[in-house]
Design a protein around this ligand. Structure first.
Ligand code: DC
Length: 233
């Protein structure tokens, strides 16, 4: 049976990746975290001294962008996919607050988006992909059989992100996490290049009041229907 693609978009810390991973695991599909790619570019820019005092040296980034190779590798021990740049595992580094703070410097750059969207489209060519991000249903997979658009209140998202970071041993305070989420929401929706918008054919799921289990069942219902319809074609 041919496999479909599932696009999951929404604001940061909306639980997109949890849902995407669960769906991929349940269906035997591949999960791809497109945000990890933008984070990888941000880390690469920082490591190359191209971010100074909160400003990006865009011309410098464009000079080295072609040399950046981003890939995902499955880690058998951790039982999950990890992000690599130029043959180096950067999974842990890209999740920290420093990268979160600087990622919206690189994500609006059209050349960065063009490179990453090309890569993302290629990964979905044969179907069987669950990808989460901001522009997956609108730009990367405009013909995805299932498009989910996730939302939750800012406070609910900040609390989730705060607990996640504390759980990883990062020293953060709730107020700065909330600030970072507000800033990223603003950056994600206001940027000119591929801003976060709900595709007209996307199904909106507000999970502020849903448990992870309820959300999964709801999403799986839509996915099962689409797989059934794809099989009839
Ligand atoms: O999902 P995330 O928070 O890890 O994403 C990191 C940043 O990358 C976020 O600020 C928005 C940006 N992003 C994007 O512009 N387009 C995507 N498809 C995914 C993420």
């Amino acid at each position: 049976m041919s496999k479909i693609n599932i696009a999951i978009d929404g604001f940061s810390s909306c639980g997109k990746s949890t849902l995407a991973k669960e769906l991929a695991h349940h269906l035997g599909y591949t999960y791809i975290d497109s945000g990890a790619m933008y984070r990888a570019v941000a880390l690469y820019a920082m490591e190359n001294g191209l971010v100074r005092e909160g400003k990006l040296d865009k011309a410098g980034l464009l000079r080295v962008l072609d040399e950046l190779d981003i890939s995902f590798r499955y880690d058998d021990r951790m039982q999950r996919s990890t992000t690599w740049i130029n043959g180096r595992n950067v999974e842990q580094e890209i999740r920290g607050m420093e990268v979160s703070r600087h990622v919206t410097l690189v994500s609006p750059v059209p050349e960065v988006r063009a490179k990453l969207v090309r890569l993302q489209k290629a990964l979905g060519l044969r179907g069987g992909v669950v990808m989460d991000g901001r522009d997956i249903g609108t730009v990367v997979f405009p013909r995805a059989e299932v498009k989910l658009y996730m939302t939750a209140s800012t406070e609910v998202r900040a609390r989730r992100r705060f607990l996640e970071l504390v759980g990883k041993g990062e020293e953060v305070d709730y107020a700065s996490v909330l600030d970072n989420i507000r800033q990223r929401d603003e950056d994600d929706t206001r940027r000119k290049a591929d801003p976060l918008t709900k595709a007209p054919d996307a199904i909106e799921i507000d999970n502020s009041e849903l448990t992870a289990g309820e959300q999964f069942e709801l999403a799986l219902g839509h996915v099962a229907k689409a797989i059934g319809e794809a099989a009839e074609v």
